[in-house]
Ligand binder design. Sequence first.
Ligand code: ZN
Length: 253
Amino acid sequence: MSEKILNELLAMSRTLGDPGFDYAILGEGNTSARIDEETFYVKASGTALGTLQAQDLVQVSFERVFDLFANQSMTDAEISAGLKSAKLNQESAAMPSVETFLHAVLYRLKGINFIGHTHPTAVNTILCSQHAAEAYSGSLFPDQIVYCGPAPVYVPYTDPGLPLAHAVWEATRSFCDTWGEVPKTIMMQNHGFIALGDSANEVVNITQMSVKVARVIAGTYAMGGPHFLSSDALNRIHTRPDEHYRKSLWGTR
Ligand SMILES: [Zn+2]
C-alpha cells in the first residue's frame, strides 16, 4: 500500500516540477502524502520536485511533528533536531523539509491525502502584487469553482517554517467554519500556493486550474479589474449535481 502511495507521490511531484509548467524550479516547493493514521511522506530538504526519487522522500510521524507544532518557543536548532527525530528511518540522511509542519497540520483535514506546494510564476504574479487579497476575494468562472472550490484560504505573508504553519492552520480553520467544508487551495501572500487533494491526480488538476485562474486574473487587471461572479451564481455552480458528476469523473472530490 505505501509503495502505491509512494509511486503516486513521485509521479505527482515530477509533474508539478516539470520545467515546462513553470510551477516550481530548482529546490522550490514541496509535496507530501498521507500513508496511514500515524505517518506521512514528505519531500526532503534540498531536493528538486522535477527529478524526485524515492530516497528524496522521508517518512515522518504525525505525533512527533504535532508535539513540535504545539511548542511555540523553539530555536531554529531545536526545530531542526526535532524534525530529524520525527523521521521513522533514522539511518537515512534525508532531512524533512522545514515546511513539514505545514503539511502535517493540513492532514488534520478530512479527506486530504496528497498535498502539493509550488511557486507557479503565474500565481506569484498575483500573490506578489498590490492587489493580491482583492484578486482572490471572489470567483471568476465556473470551472474555477468546480476544481478549486468556492474560495481559497488566503494567508498574509508569514515567516516560512513553524510561524507559517500556525498562520495557515488558523486561516484554514476559519475557512472550514465559514464554508462548512475543507478548502482545496491556499494562497500565501508573497510566497506561493498549496493544492489539497484526496488523490495525487486531484492535486495536479487543482494546480493546473489555479494557474489558469491566475493568468485570467492578471488579464482582468489589464481590462479594468476582475468582475467576480455573484454569490448566487457561485452557490448555484458549487451545488449543481451535474458539476458534482464532473468532479467524480476527474478524480476530484
Ligand atoms: Zn514555498
